[in-house]
Design a protein around this ligand. Structure first.
Ligand code: ATP
Length: 487
């Protein structure tokens, strides 16, 4: 098993055993690249959404929210260019019946080409030669040349070793629903719901340029190479914000949003070195400038969020296709189509970033091992756990009373099913930042033992302080306040 496979195996089995993520339709054998979120998964996901939504619609007075439908008029996808241009190349292997992206096959072949020592100029030159030929052929849509390249490099199916390939075809990644009156599509991005509602939102919220519209919702892409757990799914959620601006302020706002979005990530304290900004080499069909925020996953730096300048591409096309004016007035004189800066974060991919970088196996002093999910406390599914040390002498009653008093404000767990050591381990594994244990001293002095997830340090705290401690240790307020200084 490769190291990556080991890691995904560990991650996926932890996610399943502790109720974070389940394979979809598992009792029927599963469905490729579709996942369900379990009881703790949905809480983590909701906390991520809360952090994003508050940052967008509360910290920015000029950003409002929207929840547009998944199904939309099919003309929207003609106008957006997705029917014509949202394509991927694919190739099938006739023996394994597996489908691949020819570009990925060639790139992976290059990666595995004999690891060249620094002096081996020949291999380096050969790699560059192949890459530049591949890029040229993709640009020219020369599918035949890419097919020839696969033959020349003698690339075989990674699963069965067969070289029995079909021709390369171009494949639209939108899921189509056949309807008598014309096809409908499952949206591949949430952004078009924002553009098609631009005028209604502007009018009803009485916003003036510059202003933004934020939306969280499902998107669907029929990915050919769906893999790497939550990284590339066919049904996923996006958190997108379109910011409408004066055309001459394009670069000012593009730079602003790159800075603010990176700041948003860094505030979670996963480590500055985990992030990098990378400008796009190839722009999407709608973009005039683009950058990715990349996260250092256990399998390398990969995109988690895209920031694009879409200029007036979308509104202009919708104006043309819908024959409705989508313009605003400048000083009540000239009307113009606003430019748009987009920030687009994949919720599931971000979930994976948080989850995969927080899940650790740690050696303990007693030689044993613990599994601990060191997620940012403000995102943890359970904020604190409350246990009685023993099930007698009134300790469970005190613990239950504390739990009842605080459950209105925080998502807590009361547990008494196992020994205290096992209860701590279970909370470590689901990322609960603090635990409070009610013991015999509690009866005398109204204090409890507080234990930190990360350091495992323990100290005594008064019962009346518990609420304040949970807020301080696990609340979102501090992060939001820090972030608001940059807005
Ligand atoms: P990629 O290059 O990885 O396919 P993309 O550039 O096509 O991504 P965008 O269209 O910019 O992605 O979408 C914005 C965000 O949506 C991405 O940064 C990513 O976090 C998320 N995303 C896109 N496709 C998927 C997918 N198939 N599964 C999970 N998340 C996705």
């Amino acid at each position: 098993m490769k190291q990556n496979d080991h890691f995904f195996h560990f991650l996926a089995s932890h996610a399943k055993n502790y109720g974070f993520v389940f394979p979809s339709s598992e009792i029927y054998g599963g469905l490729n690249a579709v996942y369900d979120y379990g009881p703790h998964g949905i809480e983590l996901k909701n906390n991520i959404k809360k952090y994003w939504w508050k940052s967008m619609t509360q910290l920015h007075e000029n950003i409002v929210g929207l929840d547009s439908s998944i199904l939309m008029h099919s003309e929207i996808w003609r106008a957006s260019g997705h029917i014509e241009k949202f394509n991927e190349l694919l190739i099938d292997n006739k023996d394994s019946k597996k489908r691949y992206s020819p570009e990925v096959l060639i790139r992976e072949h290059i990666n595995f080409m004999q690891k060249a020592p620094k002096t081996s100029k020949f291999i380096k030159n050969r790699k560059n030669e192949i890459l530049s030929r591949l890029e040229k052929s993709i640009k020219k849509k020369d599918l035949l040349d890419i097919r020839v390249l696969i033959d020349e490099l003698n690339i075989s199916d990674p699963l069965c070793g067969s070289n029995n390939w079909t021709n390369i075809r171009s494949f639209n990644m939108m899921f189509k629903i056949k309807e008598e009156k014309g096809d409908l599509f499952l949206r591949p991005e949430t952004a078009q719901g924002i553009f098609s509602n631009f005028f209604s939102v502007k009018k009803s919220s009485r916003k003036k340029i510059p202003f933004g519209i934020a939306q969280i919702g499902k998107s669907f892409r029929n990915e050919i190479m769906a893999r790497q757990f939550l990284f590339r799914m066919r049904e996923f959620e996006q958190m997108e914000m379109q910011f409408f601006i004066l055309p001459e302020e394009e670069m000012k706002w593009y730079e602003y949003w790159k800075k603010i979005r990176l700041k948003w990530h860094l505030e979670l304290n996963l480590g500055d070195k985990k992030y990098q900004l990378r400008n796009h080499d190839h722009l999407a069909h709608y973009a005039s400038a683009g950058a990715d925020i990349e996260f250092h996953f256990p399998f390398g730096f990969k995109e988690i969020e895209g920031i694009h300048s879409r200029r007036d591409f979308d509104l202009k096309r919708h104006e043309f296709f819908s024959k409705k004016k989508l313009r605003v007035f400048r000083d009540n004189l000239e009307n113009y189509i606003p430019y748009v800066i987009e920030t687009s974060l994949g919720l599931d991919r971000f979930f994976l970033a948080i989850y995969s970088s927080s899940l650790k196996k740690e050696k303990l002093d007693n030689g044993k091992e613990r599994v601990v999910l060191k997620i940012p406390p403000c995102l943890s599914p359970v904020k604190a756990a409350i246990f009685p040390l023993v099930l007698k002498d009134g300790l469970p009653e005190i613990a239950k009373k504390i739990f009842q008093n605080l459950k209105i404000d925080y998502r807590l767990v009361y547990d008494q099913k196992e020994s205290i050591g096992k209860l701590y381990r279970r909370q470590d594994a689901i990322g609960t930042p603090i635990c409070f244990t009610i013991d015999y001293d509690t009866i005398n002095d109204d204090t409890v033992t507080m234990r930190y997830r990360d350091s495992m340090l323990q100290k005594r705290v008064p019962i009346k302080e518990i609420s304040k401690i949970i807020e301080k240790e696990t609340g979102m307020r501090k992060i939001l306040r820090n972030l608001s200084q940059f807005i």
